[in-house]
Design a protein around this ligand. Structure first.
Ligand code: ADP
Ligand code: MG
Length: 693
């Protein structure tokens, strides 16, 4: 690919729109995209026709409304442009087909909020995210709603949450004398992933069916040497990344940074941030492209949160901020944050909302896969807290304690060698252990799982901050002097929510008991984290801000629990298959082969030493019995669960089935260590983690 010329060549982006559309139509469309003005449907015909013409010139034959149902994945149904005319066809895309599609909604999850006979669902064009062409089809980013207008997807509520924040932020800005057309939230999601060889992937039933290894003894070499992080890229990986970048760039995705991550075979791609809605779409497309490009290279890209036990899993850092169309970043502290009343108020709003709705934020990143990371010593803990760094931490401390603030100025850095340049040092150091960290001019929410749709946490984040803004604006609009009133609100709220601020090591053993003393939530798994979604306060905040109806909010919680139950169920069944059909027989065969050798040795020259065989046979026999018993226990416990009753079923999955699975795995992994590798039915951890050259 040639840069910059071919960047975004597959996208119906601003410059293509400008060339392809009549100027009035272009202006109307931009007004919707940039200032959030209601779309003038009379322009749809002209846009559709221009889009189709452009798509056909690029070889497209089909179009699809591309949407994000509650499965967490993307969905598409392709229609061709053809329309019969006599005995020929013409290529057509009408304004109506651009604006609305009608897939059958009955097979998508709706959290029990909609009867199957009411199957009508509509997809509707989201003009704020550009259409693109992929493999001969024009993709039209769309929302997905039911006949009764209920949202059935993740994009519609994201857009609503952005609109809520826009509305409330503008109220605050207006009071400070700042006029703007729009306040948009921005997101830069850093995406972690693993690459393994296709050859190994094919031989691992667990990875094929569940995305992760359910068995596997640790490799003798894990990540302890810390040599993989930022390490030199292996040629196969480097080629993959080059291809990946080219693909991403062709779709206008701002892929910026690539590097090896902490665990062997683990890597990361970080894009430049953009408007949340576009960033979410880009991330969904990125995950798909990562997998496709891997296939071309004989590799498999694993996006699961925990493909391998014992080494780091994968997450997604959600860098988040809010900016006006005039370029003001509301989280930019400026040179003198101490005298920046607006910034301090915005900071107080974020801190307050994160504290008030910590349960919702935690729930928004809960999934069976992510349970393996949060709370373990690699990702941030399951406890939500806010890290501010030295500079802001000291500022907030001084406000809360009513003391004078002594500015912590960013120093100039030098390594003490005359030839080396002086570099400006950041005022905040990095704290890798905080789940919600201020990093210069944005917050970084680090609890997301790598395969998550980033809409979920952003819907929560935008909504709760909008809610805090609304509360502040209500108060400020009645106040005489804005500066004084804002300063008072800031001090009051920072005092009220001081408990959520934690500037020390989140992995340390002191934090859990300390967080408990502070009354912070610590929900370690999905079954325990999600039920907060059903609490009145947590439903009301969505309803109040027009993001979800009560029914929609409850449905989201139910679907999260359903997904959790289904995922654990599939994992447990896969483990049972592997244990009973492959592992137990393999261990038994190996023990039998050893027994033959033992007999031969005994017969030879009146008997030779056979300590190794004798001990191994006995140990393997014991382990195989344990394996068999553990598998039976898992099977019995699993069949005793009524999977349709989501609350008790999710509890049983978390507190019975997951421990059963761990016990089964433990016995199998111990057996793997004692079994000849040629006899083991699966590639080992060392094979998978170190095969790619
Ligand atoms: P890290 O050190 O965690 O890898 P960087 O500082 O390089 O992080 O930035 C990480 C991400 O934050 C990038 O995707 C970047 O585009 C994004 N980012 C920077 N500014 C903003 C902002 N105002 N809003 C949202 N994301 C941002
Ligand atoms: Mg980061």
């Amino acid at each position: 690919m040639k840069l910059p010329e071919n960047f975004g060549e597959n996208v119906f982006n601003d410059s293509v729109q400008k060339d392809a559309l009549p100027s009035e139509v272009y202006k109307a469309l931009r007004a919707t995209i940039e200032a959030g003005k209601q779309l003038d449907t009379s322009i749809a015909g002209a846009v559709a026709s221009a889009m189709k013409k452009w798509a056909i010139s690029k070889g497209a034959t089909h179009y699809t409304h591309w949407f994000q149902p509650l499965t967490g994945l993307t969905a598409e149904k392709h229609d061709s442009f053809i329309e019969p005319e006599g005995d020929r066809v013409i290529m057509r895309l009408t304004g109506k087909s651009l604006i609305v599609g009608e897939p059958d909604a009955s097979s998508f999850p709706s959290g029990g909020s909609r009867a199957t006979y009411m199957a009508r669902g509509y997809t509707a064009w989201d003009p704020t995210s550009p259409a693109f062409i992929k493999e001969g089809t024009l993709y039209i980013p769309s929302i997905f709603v039911s006949y009764t207008g209920e949202t059935l997807d993740k994009k519609a509520p994201l857009l609503k949450s952005m609109a809520a924040l826009d509305k409330q932020a503008k109220r605050i800005l207006k009071l400070f004398g700042i006029e703007c057309k729009k306040v948009a939230t921005t997101v830069g999601p850093e995406q972690e992933y693993f690459l393994i060889s296709e050859e190994d992937y094919k031989k691992r039933k667990d990875i094929r069916l569940t995305g992760r290894t359910l068995f596997g003894a640790p490799a003798s070499r894990g990540q302890e040497l810390e040599d993989h992080y930022f390490g030199v890229l292996k040629p196969a990986i480097s080629e993959y990344m080059r291809d990946l970048d080219n693909e991403l760039w062709s779709y206008g995705i701002l892929s910026k940074t690539k590097h090896n991550e902490v665990a062997p075979a683990q890597h990361e791609m970080a894009p430049v941030f953009t408007t949340s809605n576009i960033s979410v779409d880009a991330n969904m497309l990125t995950m798909e492209i990562m997998k496709k490009v891997a296939q071309k290279h004989g590799l498999v890209c694993l996006l699961h949160e925990k493909p391998f036990e014992g080494i780091n899993g994968s997450g997604k850092h959600n860098n988040w901020s809010m900016s006006t169309d005039t370029g003001l970043n509301l989280l930019n502290p400026g040179k003198t944050p101490e005298s920046n009343t607006l910034f301090k108020l915005v900071l107080a709003a974020v801190i307050k909302s994160v504290d008030d709705y910590q349960g919702l934020l935690r729930a928004s990143v809960a999934s069976a896969g992510n349970d393996h990371r949060l709370g373990a010593n690699e990702a941030p803990p399951a406890i939500i807290s806010v890290y501010l760094g030295d500079q802001l931490g000291a500022l907030v401390d001084s406000i809360v304690k009513g003391e004078n603030y002594k500015p912590v100025k960013a120093e100039k850095g030098s390594i003490g060698v005359a030839e080396s340049p002086i570099f400006p040092k950041d005022a905040t150091d990095r704290n890798r252990t905080s789940p919600f960290a201020f990093t210069g001019n944005k917050f970084e929410f680090r609890m997301l799982g790598s395969q998550a749709n980033v809409s979920d946490p952003n819907i929560v984040l935008n909504t709760i901050v909008a809610d805090a803004f609304a509360e502040f604006a209500d108060e400020l609009e009645k106040a005489g002097n804005i500066e004084t009133a804002a300063t008072e609100i800031t001090a009051r709220e920072l005092k009220n929510h001081y408990r959520i601020i934690f500037n020390l090591d989140g992995y340390g053993p002191e934090w859990e008991p300390e967080a408990k003393r502070r009354g912070l939530l610590n929900n370690k798994n999905t079954a325990d984290a999600v039920p907060v979604c059903f609490e009145k306060k947590n439903i009301d905040v969505f309803v109040r801000n027009g993001v979800y109806t009560k029914q929609e909010a409850v449905a989201r919680g139910e679907i999260a629990l359903e997904n959790y139950i289904k995922t654990i169920n599939i994992e447990a069944l896969t483990m049972l298959d592997m244990a009973k059909q492959e592992i137990i027989p393999a261990v038994s065969d190996y023990a039998a082969a050893l027994s033959l050798n033992l007999s031969a040795k005994k017969a030879a020259c009146g008997g030779v030493s056979a300590n190794a065989e004798t001990t191994l046979i006995s140990e393997l026999a014991t382990l195989n019995d344990e394996l068999f018993a553990a598998a039976n226990k898992l099977e019995d416990d699993l069949s005793a669960i009524d999977k349709d009753d989501v609350k008790p079923a999710s509890q049983a999955m978390a507190h019975k089935i997951v421990p059963d699975m761990e016990a089964l795995r433990k016995a199998a992994d111990a057996a793997e260590k004692l079994t000849a590798s040629a006899k083991w039915p699966y590639p080992s951890y060392s094979d998978m983690l170190y095969r790619v050259k």
